[in-house]
Write a protein that binds this ligand. Structure first.
Ligand SMILES: CC(C)(COP(=O)(O)OP(=O)(O)OC[C@H]1O[C@@H](n2cnc3c(N)ncnc32)[C@H](O)[C@@H]1OP(=O)(O)O)[C@@H](O)C(=O)NCCC(=O)NCCS
Length: 243
């Protein structure tokens, strides 16, 4: 075997081990089912996302620290966003029996930025909450996110969250794995932003890599990209996990 092919083999083995670690992590949550969300669950999903994300550092910095108001604002905003993602992208739910315990959404290339009509809808939600004066913060946040958005085709992940009382059980890993499987099956690039360092290791385990790190209004944000796994790595992992 020449040097090049042994390097290729080493890289394949590393990728496979990452895949296996990921597979073993979700074994801890075997009763959890990951399914596409059905429309009647959009509002419960928005509530879950809002409750779990109301204390994310960037949300607090942009909208202020009133958690009750923030949960209400985020519920309405996420419900609107999920309806749109439901039509144009993929919204997955994690279920323990019939209970929704986690949500993750992503949209295809060209859908990352909200159309004008949707932006107006978001303005109306802000106005109802008396938060229009927060617009400069929102503008700064979204401008920096848009600036980092890859110019090449990608599926954009977010929002994603697990119910507060169920975090740390491996449900987020199961959702991430389902998302990564979808990306691999389509052989497309995935992209996301996060404002919590804790989340970076979770996404890294799914194959995302940090491509930029930047403060927004004093809160560090990580921008992460994931190349699809080659079909041969997926086949190898599937074969060995079963064996
Ligand atoms: C981030 C989140 C989806 C992860 O789901 P989870 O079910 O808690 O995660 P798992 O149990 O599968 O995996 C735990 C990993 O997630 C990270 N993590 C992030 N937030 C966590 C939390 N509140 N509790 C436990 N683990 C958390 C841990 O660092 C851990 O990584 P490690 O195994 O490499 O140490 C979930 O914690 C959450 O909803 N957090 C609040 C909302 C949020 O930040 N959403 C993501 C926005 S980008």
């Amino acid at each position: 075997m020449d040097e090049l092919s042994s390097l290729e083999l080493l890289s394949l083995e590393c990728k496979f081990k990452e895949h296996l670690n990921f597979a073993q992590a979700i074994d801890r949550v075997s009763p959890i089912n990951i399914q596409r969300l059905t429309p009647e669950l959009i509002v419960p999903a928005a509530r879950l996302l809002a409750s779990s994300m109301r204390d994310n550092p960037l949300h607090r910095r942009v909208f202020g620290g009133n958690e009750t108001q923030l949960a209400r604002l985020l519920t309405t905003t996420f419900a609107r966003l999920l309806r749109r993602q439901f039509e144009s992208g993929l919204v997955l739910g994690a279920f323990d029996g019939t209970t929704l315990v986690g949500v993750a959404a992503m949209v295809p290339p060209g859908q990352c930025q909200l159309p004008f009509q949707e932006k107006l809808g978001m303005l109306a939600i802000l106005a109802r909450e008396g938060l229009l004066w927060r617009l400069p913060n929102i503008y700064r946040w979204l401008r920096i996110w848009a600036h980092h958005d890859p110019t090449t085709d990608h599926w954009h992940l977010g929002p994603a969250a697990v119910a507060r009382e169920r975090q740390g059980e491996g449900i987020g890993t199961a959702l991430m794995r389902a998302i990564c499987n979808e990306l691999d099956q389509r052989q497309v690039v995935g992209y996301l932003e996060t404002d919590k360092q804790m989340n970076v290791s979770l996404y890294r385990r799914g194959g995302f890599e940090v491509i930029a790190e930047r403060p927004i209004l004093g809160v560090t944000n990580w921008f992460m990209l994931r190349q699809p796994r080659p079909q041969c790595v997926q086949d190898l992992a599937r074969f060995t996990v079963r064996g």
